[in-house]
Design a protein around this ligand. Structure first.
Ligand SMILES: Nc1ncnc2c1ncn2[C@@H]1O[C@H](COP(=O)(O)OP(=O)(O)O)[C@@H](O)[C@H]1O
Ligand SMILES: [Mg+2]
Length: 250
């Protein structure tokens, strides 16, 4: 089943020059997608379109076959319940004044999901391998990798179908990166991930499909194993050459 679909999408920020050109991309449930490209290639912008945070200039974004309508509040409430995001910086994405419990519970509150909040937060903490007593502490008491686990717990607490992760491991050291990727891999039996990174080798550990973005265009997409074995585009070959080592598994 197709969860998200971009068709003929182009985008420019506020009348500026086009930063995404004619993007066709489909995300199927159960198939993790990696979007790779250098800094400035348009990865974050593409995610903003997928999340309905920016509107396409031309083309369409659809969710489960229905055109995404950022201004339709009822539609967006259903959408937010199904699609959650984790952003790059584990230091700024968590409110330092809130206890971890309230941070993780936030989607349940804002989406008005009637559930056992204490149980749901405890479950999400267990899912990301953090101790139960983390709930009563504050973000500054945790390492970068643990903070990213907190952000992932918040993203999964409402049991979304799709989690969109923008450079979530970029700020972390290599061992911690691999552990977070392993965590997302174990969660991916229950939900689908879209993961953005400039590190093609790392996303290959999690994603069975890849889309390669160069200067706002998808220059190559397909099965990860095909792209790694036979990168067709010179840009993909360069990206692979710039990350020669496969990360060691923890
Ligand atoms: N808010 C914005 N306003 C205008 N231009 C932007 C904005 N955000 C990003 N851009 C431009 O869009 C292009 C793609 O940026 P971005 O999507 O952030 O790339 P990436 O995430 O791959 O580094 C860049 O040229 C960047 O300068
Ligand atoms: Mg970015």
């Amino acid at each position: 089943m197709t969860l998200l679909d971009l068709s003929g999408v182009s985008f420019a920020y506020g009348g500026g020059k086009c930063v995404l050109h004619d993007i066709d991309l489909a995300v199927a449930a159960g198939s993790n997608l990696g979007i790779v490209g250098e800094s400035g290639s348009g990865k974050t912008t593409l995610l903003k379109l997928l999340l309905g945070l920016e509107r396409v200039s031309t083309g369409t974004v659809s969710f489960r076959g229905e055109t995404l309508e950022p201004r339709d509040r009822a539609f967006m409430r259903g959408f937010r319940r199904s699609v959650q995001a984790v952003f790059q910086d584990p230091y700024s994405s968590l409110d330092p004044r809130q206890r971890v419990f309230d941070i993780i519970a936030e989607p349940l509150r804002s989406l008005k999901i009637e559930t056992d909040v204490v149980g749901a937060v405890a479950g999400a903490l267990a899912d990301v391998d953090l101790p139960a007593d983390a709930a009563s502490r504050y973000p500054h008491e945790f390492s970068g990798g643990q903070r990213q686990r907190i952000a992932i717990a918040r993203a999964i607490v409402a049991k979304p179908d799709l989690v969109i992760a923008d450079e979530v491991v970029s700020a972390l050291d290599l061992t911690t990166r691999t552990r977070i990727i392993d965590l997302m891999r174990s969660l991916s039996s229950r939900m689908t991930f879209i993961v953005v990174s400039h590190d093609i080798a790392l996303v290959a550990l999690l994603c069975d499909r890849l889309a390669v973005l160069e200067q706002g265009r998808i220059v190559e997409q397909g099965a990860t194993r095909d792209i790694l074995a036979r990168p067709a585009h010179p840009y993909t070959q360069r990206l692979l050459a710039s990350t020669p080592r496969m990360p060691q598994r923890a």
